[in-house]
Design a protein around this ligand. Structure first.
Ligand code: FAD
Ligand code: UDP
Length: 382
């Protein structure tokens, strides 16, 4: 049987779509992109709800990057709407800025105590520094710093993280909590990247443009096992790393989330994009999409996130759970993956088992094509 495709790309999220675009447009390859879901975009997919409001079914996706290369690349497929994400947290009955900053301190402590603690923070880290919670705890060599470090850890990080990840917070890789700093100043932006923006027409429109090429064929509602192996030469796999190997070395821990969507009168919307609830019993955060999308109207769409255990085949694997144990198991699978080099490449948040943001998934795809796939294509052509 003649092969119809040079490449099979499993997964139509950012990683798979960018790989497919580069292979097709950049290297003139014929590509079949499949996804077992009924849409492109992976977890970044967006759509309109029954009231016509743009929502992100898999939770809020805010684009931010320091990479001009990645931003310029995506700008070929979308215009942008500038957007700086702001988050508040309900802590002890008050709505305070997150990342936790000096304003949060003022809102939660008596005035004179807050002034003393703020001064101590500035002395220890310098004004506008952004230490992470581990740095803060490590530097807590006097009672004031220890008090702030313990407070922020106990009120902001420990309960939220335990619920989000379903493992004791001490077992998590340090990089997870380090994503969200403590701010020794008043900056209340959630991200400080140079480029912070939302695709003007939404993520799905961006994906449609990425994949719009005569060399690309997209097949939705299609799992890898349903594709006849004789129809393609080489594969880029963006699904869960352990799935590929039938979980033969054991299940890698992924975490899932139930997203509860609703619409409310705009007067009941949130003051900022997201409100985190570290002290809530079973959910982590609520997002009000009108801030992210810039859409106006009498109603607005909210989503509440309820973390839950991932069951392969039942729930979606939204996050890799990073710990020493999962890192070792992932390394075992990575060694198995390397034995397939030249035929199958693994890439993306699920297949690399890495906590990538969208820009990192794009960067991973671009460098995979440059460093591995383009040389493979050149070898094939030779
Ligand atoms: P995915 O988007 O997971 O795509 C993988 C695709 O592969 C899926 O569509 C899946 O259905 C498909 N697939 C898997 N196995 C198979 C198979 N066997 N056969 C066929 N198809 C298969 N990033 C940011 O930068 N900013 C944010 O604000 C942000 N917020 C987030 C909020 C939440 C709740 C979550 C879960 C993630 C968030 N992210 C955010 C991260 C972002 O979603 C990822 O970085 C990005 O989607 C990774 O793209 P990917 O292509 O690697 O993986
Ligand atoms: N985190 C927390 N409390 C917060 C915000 C974040 O404990 O109010 C921790 C938690 O472990 C979370 C991690 O920091 O999973 C990363 O937060 P981020 O907002 O980057 O999570 P994501 O948007 O990827 O879900």
């Amino acid at each position: 049987m003649s092969r119809r495709y040079d490449w099979l790309v499993v997964g139509a999220g950012f990683t798979g779509a960018v790989v497919a675009e580069r292979l097709a447009r950049g290297l003139d390859q014929r590509v079949l992109v499949i996804d077992r879901r009924d849409h492109v975009g992976g977890n970044a997919h967006d759509r309109r709800d029954e009231g016509g409001r743009l929502i992100h079914p898999y939770g809020p996706h805010v684009f931010h990057t320091n990479s001009a290369r990645i931003f310029d690349y995506l700008s070929r497929f979308t215009a942008w709407r500038p957007y700086e994400h702001r988050v508040r947290g309900w802590i002890d009955g008050r709505l305070v800025p997150l990342p936790f900053n000096l304003t949060s301190l003022r809102l939660l402590f008596p005035e004179t105590t807050a002034a003393r603690l703020s001064e101590r923070m500035v002395q220890a880290f310098s004004r506008d520094a952004r230490p992470n919670i581990h740095d803060l705890r490590a530097a807590a060599d006097d009672p004031d710093l220890r008090r702030i470090a313990d407070y922020v850890f106990e009120k902001v990080f420990a309960p939220y993280s335990a619920r989000q990840w379903g493992v004791p917070v001490g077992e998590l890789d340090a990089s997870v909590l380090a994503r969200v700093p403590v701010v020794v100043g008043e900056d209340d932006r959630y991200f400080t990247d140079r480029c912070q923006a939302m695709p003007r027409d939404g993520y799905s429109a961006l994906f449609v443009r990425l994949l719009d090429h005569p060399n690309i064929h997209v097949s939705l509602n299609t799992a890898m096992t349903e594709v006849e192996p004789t129809t393609w030469d080489r594969m880029v796999y963006c699904g869960p790393l352990d799935d590929y190997f039938g979980r033969s070395a054991g299940a890698l821990p992924y975490r899932s989330v139930r997203f509860a969507h609703c619409a409310v009168d705009v007067r009941e919307g949130l003051p900022v994009g997201t409100v985190n609830h570290p002290q809530a019993p079973d959910f982590t955060r609520v997002t009000d999409f009108r801030h992210l999308t810039g859409e106006a109207g009498p109603t607005t769409a909210l989503v509440t996130e309820y973390p839950l255990a991932h069951e392969p085949g039942v729930t979606e694997p939204h996050y890799p759970v990073l710990s020493e144990t999962s890192g070792r198991l992932a390394d075992d699978y990575r060694a198995m993956a390397r034995t397939l080099a030249g035929k199958v490449w693994f890439a993306g948040r699920l297949a690399d088992f890495r906590y990538y943001n969208m820009d990192q998934a794009v960067g991973r795809a671009l460098s995979l094509v440059d460093k591995a796939l383009a040389p493979a294509v050149a070898g094939m052509a030779a």
